[in-house]
Design a protein around this ligand. Structure first.
Ligand SMILES: O=c1[nH]cnc2c1ncn2[C@@H]1O[C@H](CO)[C@@H](O)[C@H]1O
Length: 475
């Protein structure tokens, strides 16, 4: 199966109704796809149809005409509302068991289900919390009593003492959880605009960073995150990271190199424990709201680290809300430094994670390609730029499609109209990833595979589609 273009699908009705055999062991599998053999091409399609009807019935509380519903993911249902139903879904269970290859678009502090952070991180000795004016929290570990107050925060409170005087610790822990996630009962009401949701989203990264930047949490979090992806049948991950300083209990601050070495050490340990896991790499990613001179400093750091740790550092990107940050063009002098110095520096630019056409950020897709990006993070806007689309296709520069992220952060209500539906029909190179699964209430990669398959893939998406997703990620 080379492509998911229509022409590659079995065409005759006989083939379709008798069930064709999809022998997934026949291509160059290196990651265990051969173990995932299923006979009968319409198995998934029929499961899919039943499943969707169930979902619709449960959500709308009514019978839905099978003809109109068949094979379609209910287009207007937000992931937050559909999640429980997806958990029960037969299709989802097939997807979970399937080897999915690599998750190539992830962010450092949003990898692992947030329950872990509250149940483990905040229960470690010396964990202090403070409360911000906007009902948020920050954490810090101090060895000898509370340290200096943060400007935006109340006095530091030792969690161990605080919990002891509470009547209901579970209730408190649940309220802490809310600081780590965007999941909410009524997302459309809670997040009316992208500005509102991005504000909360960046706040969540601040909360998570305040806990994960403590060295023992940092290492345990990453090991546990690898475990969660491994348990979800993902074989390799790449994560974007700002590489902010990590600290020890005695106050020692570590530099970026320490973080890279620690990521490498934890990934190696995880591979020793699970030899069929392929590993992890880091894409060093400063924030796009920073100015040129700060990003220049970061670029020099990236070049040094890449030279020293090419097996751990994959390359360079810029992160943060695209519409609110500087476009790639603004950083052009910095982004050209490696080429001018004839130093190798692979780029993995976020570009086109915006639905605005004609803004300065909208040029990012073309600029990313001109700068020789290896992949495009999101590329949601690419179909509005036919030349960029052709270049990406001709040079085989894949888009990293993150369906749940687009639903949540771009407020996308109808996955059927996702540009990736057009791109898939044209066999455009793309991979599926989960961006910030922890913050979206997802886990690993399977939920995004599910959304891509059910929502974007259309009713004819089948096992070949799923296999192609996996293959594209390990090419
Ligand atoms: O989908 C995304 N697009 C752009 N930036 C993102 C996305 N998800 C997370 N971050 C950004 O990554 C940083 C941590 O690595 C965070 O600051 C967050 O803003």
């Amino acid at each position: 199966v080379q492509s998911w273009g229509r022409s590659e699908r079995p065409r005759s009705a006989a083939q379709r109704s008798s069930g064709f055999r999809v022998d997934l062991s026949r291509s160059s599998d290196t990651l265990g796809l051969e173990q995932f053999k299923i006979t009968g091409g319409n198995l998934v399609s029929s499961v899919k149809e039943l499943q969707v009807n169930d979902i619709l019935k449960k959500i709308k509380g009514e019978e839905i005409d099978r003809g109109t519903a068949s094979g379609r993911f209910p287009p207007s249902v937000h992931f937050f509302s559909a999640k429980e139903l997806i958990d029960e879904s037969a299709v989802f269970n097939v997807i979970r068991k399937m080897p999915k290859g690599a998750a190539l678009h992830l962010h450092d502090y949003a990898l692992l289900s947030v329950e872990w952070l509250v149940k483990n991180g905040t229960y470690l000795p010396h964990c202090y919390v403070c409360f911000t004016a906007e009902q948020g929290v920050r954490f810090h570990f101090f060895s000898k009593g509370p340290g200096e107050r943060l400007p935006e925060c109340s006095e530091w409170v030792l969690l161990e003492t605080y919990r002891k005087q509470l009547h209901n610790v579970t209730e408190f822990d649940n309220s802490l959880l809310q600081n780590f996630t965007l999941v909410t009962e009524n997302p459309e009401k809670a997040y009316p605009t992208q500005a509102v949701i991005w504000k909360k989203f960046e706040e969540i990264f601040m909360v998570a960073a305040s806990l994960i930047s403590y060295a023992p949490v940092f290492k345990a979090y990453f090991y546990q995150a690898l475990q969660e992806f491994y348990d979800d049948n993902v074989q390799y991950i790449e994560l974007r990271s700002l590489l902010i300083p990590v600290y020890e209990l005695d106050g020692t601050l570590h530099d970026k190199e320490w973080s890279i070495v620690s990521y490498r050490e934890v990934a190696r340990r995880f591979r020793r424990d699970n030899p069929d896991f392929m590993g992890a790499k880091v894409i060093f990613s400063p924030h796009r709201k920073w100015n040129v001179s700060k990003v220049r400093t970061e670029m020099y750091a990236a070049m040094e680290l890449y030279e020293k740790y090419p097996e751990t550092l994959a390359g360079f990107d810029l992160v943060g809300r695209e519409d609110a940050g500087h476009p790639l063009w603004y950083f052009k002098d910095v982004l050209l430094i490696p080429a001018e110095k004839k130093v190798k520096m692979p780029f993995f630019f976020h570009a086109g994670e915006t639905d605005w056409e004609g803004m300065s950020t909208d040029e990012n897709i073309l600029d990313a390609l001109i700068l020789n990006t290896s992949r495009i993070g999101h590329g949601y806007g690419i179909i509005k730029h036919p030349i960029a689309k052709n270049i990406s296709r001709e040079l085989d520069v894949p888009l990293e499609i993150c369906p749940i992220s687009n639903q949540v952060l771009l407020l996308l209500t109808d996955l059927r109209n996702h540009p990736a539906a057009v791109l898939m029909a044209e066999s455009h190179p793309l991979v599926i990833s989960s961006d910030d699964p922890a913050i979206f209430g997802a886990r690993g990669l399977s939920y995004d595979f599910y959304e891509a398959f059910m929502g974007i893939g259309g009713s004819k998406a089948d096992l070949m589609t799923l296999k192609q997703f996996a293959l594209n990620s390990i090419k």
